[in-house]
Design a protein around this ligand. Structure first.
Ligand code: C5P
Length: 280
């Protein structure tokens, strides 16, 4: 295969409960992952004489500090084989934003290199490698709506399509997931996310009453600006609004595109705003 181009989508977390701290240092959590298919990074792969990686976002590392390179290196180690590819990454998803951009890029890299270099890895093999790269990477191998538990790698696909527009707002604040987890005191309450889906659609009444993101309390305290985004989305009439992952992105689900667009106009011009309408 000479060339692969792949879209690596973003995700949002519809609810995120941190349940307990584990002996391995990670936390058990429970969440609903939902892919945002119209917000994506683009990766291209080509066989080459030498490995070469370039990225449109000059603030990101080009060595193994970048999950794309780390994914390539981990594959080389597992297969005991050199992978000489030219990889280009065009970033559109904000980084360290709770949208899973880096994790999605890593999953896209595993899928593409497996195919291009005929590594013969099955989905189950890729799942294991994905988890070594990060807790969110397994979800992105399929990028289908799923309930996530354990570190986020135990995935149960759910039948869900959000037909309403989702306004994604990021103020440009970088949040380290590691630091965010360090601050959190696990609530130890079992969250049941299944009632939020009724016949393949979201039950917004249930969500407003029951769905939380345990990181909000800590993150809003540290960065009041992020809490204000949520207030603004709610005042603008969002059916539901929540921070995604460990932040700093907050999203609002709106009844129609007009009200979502109106809300979007209220945010400062230097914010990253994206109106997701994949079903329109
Ligand atoms: O898995 P990932 O590398 O993305 O996680 C970054 C950091 O976030 C981990 O090193 C860990 O400290 C924390 N984390 C956690 N529990 C999870 C996921 C991440 O404590 N389920």
């Amino acid at each position: 295969m000479k060339y692969i181009e792949i879209k690596a989508p973003a995700k949002i977390n519809i609810g995120l409960s941190v349940l307990s701290k584990r002996a391995d240092g990670y936390h058990n959590l429970s969440t609903l992952f939902y892919p945002i298919t119209d917000l994506y990074d683009i990766l291209t792969f080509q066989p080459a004489d030498q490995f070469n990686f370039s990225c449109s976002d000059k603030s990101l590392p080009l060595d193994s500090g970048n999950l794309v390179v780390k994914a390539k290196e981990l594959l080389e180690k597992k297969m005991d084989k050199r992978i000489s590819a030219r990889i280009e990454l065009k970033k559109k998803i904000p980084s360290q934003a709770g949208l899973g951009g880096g994790s999605s890029d890593a999953a896209a890299t595993l899928i593409s290199l497996n195919e291009m270099f005929r590594l013969g890895l099955k989905h189950e093999d890729l799942l294991g490698i994905a988890l070594e790269l990060g807790s969110d990477v397994p979800f992105f191998l399929r990028a289908l709506p799923a309930l996530g538990s354990s570190r986020g790698e135990i995935l149960e696909l759910v039948d869900l399509t959000i037909t309403e527009p989702v306004l994604i707002v990021n103020p440009g604040i970088n949040i380290s997931t590691k630091e965010a987890f360090r601050k959190i005191i696990p609530a130890d309450v079992k969250a049941d996310y299944s009632p939020l889906i009724k016949e393949g659609r979201l039950d917004f009444n249930f969500m407003r009453r029951n769905i939380r993101n345990d990181f909000e309390k800590y993150v809003f305290e540290l960065f009041p600006e992020i809490g204000e985004i949520k207030d603004m989305l709610n005042h603008a009439g969002a059916l539901f609004s929540l921070m995604s992952g460990s932040g700093s992105t907050v999203y609002g689900i709106f009844e129609d595109v007009e009200s979502a667009k109106k809300a979007e106009m209220e945010f400062p011009k230097n914010y990253f705003c994206f109106l997701s309408t994949p079903h329109h």
